[in-house]
Structure formats: structure tokens, C-alpha cells
Design a protein around this ligand. Sequence first.
Ligand SMILES: O=C(O)c1ccccc1N[C@@H]1O[C@H](COP(=O)(O)O)[C@@H](O)[C@H]1O
Length: 198
Amino acid sequence: MYVKICGLSEPEHVATAVEAGADAIGFVMTRSPRRITPERAAELAAPVPPHVLTVGVFRGEDPQAVREAALTSGVRAVQLHGKHPHGDFTALKDLGVRLVRAVDAQADLRCGAYDEDLLIVDAPHAGSGQPWDWAAVRGRPSGQWMLAGGLAPGNVAEAVAAARPWGVDVSSGVETAPGKKDSALIRSFLKAARGLDV
Ligand SMILES: O=C(O)c1ccccc1N[C@@H]1O[C@H](COP(=O)(O)O)[C@@H](O)[C@H]1O
């Protein structure tokens, strides 16, 4: 099971996620209680080993703004969340980072349909921490896709059994309040998710 821990803003939580075996970590650089600057993302990403994918999360920004933030932060992947057109992915293809498309269950769920490398299927309200009908997408997405939206250490097994994703992505479920990550919850989530290969 591929595991991404998103919305990190403190070095302690980056270190915890890496040590506990996260495959990817996310830095939110769009409107959110978890928003950080590209410069802060660069500081946080600097010590992250190459086997961990650092992901910059964006929603609604134009490709030029995404490009500048990605170059400043040095992230290894860009996640475009929500209703970005295909052209936004095309415009970023030469950036030399992996492209992640994050959408709700109403969208085209074929990974690669927008020339992306990874797909995330999320709740209608990104970053809200609200569980949704994970079973509704079972068998629909294709390729390398992660389930997100309302996951937490205590329900990730249920969510994976319902949707059977290739990976999982969490933010609110490893926090004590919006934007306040918790190292014990990060470790618990990784422990719970790791054993869930489908
Ligand atoms: O985390 C945010 O605040 C956020 C804001 C804007 C776009 C995406 C955001 N996060 C993504 O939301 C899911 C996690 O949701 P949850 O909090 O675990 O329910 C994940 O894909 C994040 O990358």
C-alpha cells in the first residue's frame, strides 16, 4: 500500500513521516489552514531522502504560478486538486516532476487520462476530513490511484476494504486540529495502512 501524508508544515512531522515509512509527503501551497509558502516547503523538503516523493499541492492556480512555486520549493511532484483542465497538465509536462491529478468521484477516474502519473480520488470537499462513500468508487478508477477523504488510523482498513485502492492519502486524520499535525497519529496511520496490501 502506497501511503501519502499530506499537509505537513513542521520539520518534526516531516521527520516522523519519513522515519515511519511514508512513500510521499505533501506540502499545501494553496488556500487552506495548512498553507505554507514555497520557501517554507523548500526548507522542509531539503532533508527528505530521494525515495520519498515530495508533493506540492495546488488548487485553481494557473500553470505559471504552479511552475514558479514548484521550482522554488523543489518538490518532486505537483498535485493539481479539483477541476483543472487537461491543458494545465500539458503545460506542466516539461517541468520534470511527476504530475498528480486529484478529483472527486464524479470526474474521469482513468489514471493517465490527463497525462498525469498518479490519480487521487477524494471527497467532494478536499481537506475537510469528512468520510464519504468510499465503496462507490470500487472498481472504477484505473491505474495507480490513491483514495483520500476522511481517512484516519481507525478507519483506513475499512476504507481500503471498501474501495480497494493502490494507495491512500491522509491529512485531517493525522491532526489534532486543522493544520496541527500529530506525530503519534502519523505513526499510527502508517502502521495501520502498511499492512493493507490488496
Ligand atoms: O489539505 C488541504 O487543506 C487541501 C486544500 C486544498 C486542496 C487539497 C487539500 N488536501 C488534500 O485533501 C486530501 C486529504 O483530505 P483529508 O483532510 O484527509 O480528508 C488529500 O488529497 C490532500 O492532498
